[in-house]
Design a protein around this ligand. Sequence first.
Ligand code: MG
Length: 426
Amino acid sequence: MKTTINVSFCAIHCIQRTPHSDLIEAGASTFASAGKKPLSLLAISLCFSIIGAGVALGEGAFYGDPPSDTHPWAIHDLNRPQPPRVEPGTPSTQELSGKPPSDAIILFDGTPKSIAKWESVKEPRQPAPWKVENGVLQVVPGSGDIGTLEAFGDCQFHIEWSAPTGVNGSSQARSNSGVFFAGGVEVQILDNYDNPTSPDGFAGSVYGVNPPHANPLHPPGQWQVYDIIFRRPVFKDGKMLDGGRLTVTVNGVVVQDSTPLEGGGGHKSRSKDRPFPETGPLKLQDHGNPIRFRNIWYRTLPKRAVEGGDIGAMDPAAATSKKLEIANNIRLDAETKQGDERLLRLMESLCYATDAATIQTIETDLAKWTKAAKDTPPNEMEAKKESIMKMFRAVRYLTKFGFYPDAGDCKPVLMQIVLSNGWDPR
Ligand code: MG
């Protein structure tokens, strides 16, 4: 139903805004009222170019702009994989820990079992020396940082922490901890509820790089919620392809918005852009304060185009390779189909990559198909309308974008059928 509404809106919109639309309607009406007689090739060609320039409608394939040199998918491409289903979690309250989303890797859920996923950083392969009590993980001051046994890369990371209520110390000495991502970049944990300090060492800062945009902390003793999106720097052959970035929300407030890592920051010294490992342990800092933690989880993020993923614009070589993969998959799918469906799938594959054998098959089958359509008795024509319109739009799309310029006689013949039956060619 939604598609129908959108298509209808689009049709109306196109008619309203397309300068050629009156001409198309007038032309179509004239052709249709011409007693369904053969049309001149000149008139058909004129109508084709007008429609091709201003109006394109359809469903599924042959609809939006086709793949480009750097984008392997068409606009609104139904060959693109559907997003995987994830059951959403529930938010935490001060009293109760929330539930992570269904695909999260749980790093601490309050059980003694989950602390087994962590180790001592001072003494690798030794158990994490922090305390688990009443479903809460607590820093044992002086015992050292803890790190995950498993290595992680780009991620969505969730952690909740709480500073002790007895306020001790000031500035960086008040309830300090931190989350370290692969390669060592720290998102600062600090009780800054009423505690001025160096802004680039504030709670929610990328430590030594960038202060948070705001201070939305609750008072000490309450739970603070950090949600962090980490994208590591990507280097190849010594050249930086992506400097990496961090996005952080503190208690639902954005405090870092795609902040460039600039090497990841550090204490006293200005850091420089540098490569990070693809993956590394997540670490929590023991800075000598008994910070408490709960509800720690992690979700893997898909690869960016610069590291071989297909998110966003790709380099032309990678896009070409992906388009070939898509074309081959469509051709394999075509072999599972018959009749119009098979022919249309083969035609669709040309939008991604050309192939001599496929073109030969299309040439033969489309010529037969078009002849059969042309020879359809007038009293059976209406029953074939949907099928003919679908093929007509596919041919128009492929020729418009140059994927199959040699559609031969098929294009004008199909147009003639459409117009002489009074069908709307849009
Ligand atoms: Mg810290």
